[in-house]
Design a protein. Sequence first.
Length: 359
Amino acid sequence: MSIEIEHINKRYGHFVAVDDVSLSLPEGQLTALLGPSGSGKTTLLRIIAGLEFPDSGRIRFHGEDATDVHVSRRGVGFVFQHYALFKHMTVFDNVAYGLTVKPRRLRPGKAEIRTRVMRLLELVQLDWTANRLPSQLSGGQRQRIALARALAVEPKVLLLDEPFGALDAKVRAELRRWLRRLHDEIHLTSVFVTHDQEEALEVSDRIVVMNQGRVEQEGTPEEVYDHPANPFVFSFLGQVNLFHARVQDGQARIGDLALPTSTPEDQPQGHGLAYVRPHDIEILPDGSAQGALAAVIEGITVVGPTARLELKVAGGKDLIHAELPKSRLRSLGLSRGSDTWVRPLNSRVFMDNGTRATG
Ligand SMILES: Nc1ncnc2c1ncn2[C@@H]1O[C@H](COP(=O)(O)OP(=O)(O)OP(=O)(O)O)[C@@H](O)[C@H]1O
């Protein structure tokens, strides 16, 4: 079921939590609402759920106005960060709960409930825990049961609010891959709130980047990562190096270095900032390449196969962050204190007023 969000506004007193948000969330896709704390993600999710009502604007489910429909009749399933399971009930009874409390005429028979619950437990790969109590499960397993419980009532939309937020990094990474596989199996329209860029990039079909109650950009993970619409999105989606740049005749320059960017459409002139990702900083063994800047390595951190370098350019104030394969670092024979050369391979330049200049 698709979800259309039309000009939604929500204030708490004078504070604007959601500011004229319009979005179209396609059927069967997993959409991440991504943004820093306080950007309005949870408020928007709760409005979609019917747990909160907007001051103005409409929510449509598959074209039908759902703005005033009660949460119990919207056909949504939830998983929250701390949506505790019923402690005194077994896993089986927790998952069955939504079905057993249905009005008698809608309630499936006992055998049917058993079949459905066991099918769901198999889907989340925890059928062997059916007779356990939640306290006998790990945090990650409990969230998978919470998901099975949300799916039991056959919702048309699944809403997840930082579902893996309370888990440690390794379990989190496993669960998000698992959620992606599960989604590929069931194709339920799903919206999931996160402030973790990596999680959003890895799991979702679409990402909505939010900031101060507004949508900064919406698109596939590739679109928002490779073509960020503005400096906020660029900075929020990963580490970034900033260089002062002069823009003239469709060409941006840092000092004498002409930046390798594509030609802009409207060719603005003046001063801007060039944004360069650490993996787009090339490390060179000598200064013969055009536009290379001399730099000293101030720090090296190796994380698995990747080496992260902190470099200082002669005369520069800020450290430059670069990322390269550990093997490349070894073959260049570099260590802390080494003199080397750097060159931005790719950049995106935004003018001082935030408009895009190049790239
Ligand atoms: N019931 C409320 N009363 C007053 N202010 C609220 C209420 N709910 C949310 N807010 C405020 O609205 C803003 C947006 O909150 P929201 O929870 O939607 O943000 P978020 O992006 O989900 O952040 P987080 O990741 O920290 O949960 C916050 O500044 C919050 O303090």
